[in-house]
Ligand binder design. Structure first.
Ligand code: ZN
Length: 109
């Protein structure tokens, strides 16, 4: 294990991710709210890290293999107009914008 990897492991294990989540929820979407794009990005990295760690763990065999179960789907961050914060999503921001525009056109009048 490289020292860099060890460092990352240490950062993630000592980081109080649960308190970060519980403190901030967006009332409009019910999603976890982050103050910055960087924070949201960090959380996505944390999800990936946790998943990789889980894959390496012994519990893996109890679960169904290769189904991709538990794999984090959230990969993108976007700014929320309701709370002014940032959320993570599995949808590509471009698709999200397109859907939103469609929706707004539909209910414009
Ligand atoms: Zn929000």
């Amino acid at each position: 294990m490289s020292s860099k990897k060890q460092f990352i492991d240490e950062v993630f294990t000592t980081f109080e991710i649960n308190s970060l989540i519980e403190r901030r929820k967006c009332r409009a979407t019910g999603k976890v709210r982050f103050n910055s794009k960087g924070e949201a990005g960090f959380f996505i990295q944390w999800l990936k890290w946790r998943y990789k760690k889980w894959l390496r763990g012994k519990n893996r065999r109890k679960h169904r293999y290769g189904s991709g179960e538990g794999k984090p789907k959230q990969r993108y961050t976007y700014g929320c107009i309701h709370c002014g914060g940032y959320h993570i999503t599995k949808e590509h921001p471009h698709d999200y914008r397109r859907k939103k525009e469609k929706y707004e056109q539909k209910y414009a009048e």
